[in-house]
Design a protein around this ligand. Sequence first.
Ligand code: SAM
Length: 278
Amino acid sequence: MTDGNADFAPKTPAGGHPEGDAPEYDDTAIRFLEALWGEGFLSPGGPDEVRRVVADIDFAGKQVLDIGCGSGGITLFLAREYQPAGIVGFDVEQPVVDLATQRAAEQGLMDRARFVRGAPGPLPFTDQSFDLVFSKDALIHVADKEALFEDIFRVLRPGGRFAASDWLTSHDGEPSAAMRDYLAAEGLSFGMASARRYEAAMEKAGFTDVRTVNRNAWYRDVARAELERLKGPLYGPVAAAVGADYVDKNIRTWSAMQRVLDSGEHCPTHLFGTRPDA
Ligand SMILES: C[S@@+](CC[C@H](N)C(=O)[O-])C[C@H]1O[C@@H](n2cnc3c(N)ncnc32)[C@H](O)[C@@H]1O
């Protein structure tokens, strides 16, 4: 979801986020993505897409975890609009957590929202500490889906809910040539998997009511419009903020992404599950 120049191979043996390396979502990446998707949003769809993910969640009195919160726009939107008892935004990178914390203070939401940076791997939270685990387009960075869902299940209270969006693939076989081009263009620590693998990992962890909703048809059109805006009205202002080379590189990334969205191999997907009552 930003530019980059790594080749297709994941940067870590686990295909996860490379702790200790330079941040993938650095200040330039944040400026670029927020110019495209809105302040605090490092993924597409804005508040409307978030509302769709949490449409049937009751936030009253709930403790919420937002995994991979990025620069905090969605965490703070949930804090403001849905007013849970508390929400924790967790991320593995410092620049996004610093910016999110600053914004929480500026928006007077520190009483309800806080941000935590931690290493990739097991979540730094005690067992059964959340009623809802939310995530938006961040779990793609964790290659070991089975360990991930075991850990999400662990931090949820019995009866707790999981509601998320993520970027999936249509299959778990070898990526097509077009997908390989796209992943190389992104250059991020992506560990993509199919809905079938996500569902199996969630069920293995103990989740019930497991459900996935393919959002390819929606994002296919939205991404096309993003690319047109990048090439058109956004080009000048964004190039002034991050440099023309950076925008040009992302135009190539978006063009490569459009091909795998159009083929259906890249499928943004909503994910749902429940930790059953004990
Ligand atoms: C595409 S951004 C999405 C940010 C935010 N959810 C949003 O939609 O605006 C992905 C985020 O996941 C974070 N991330 C990467 N690996 C992670 C991991 N293992 N655990 C939690 N977050 C991770 C990145 O640092 C980045 O902030």
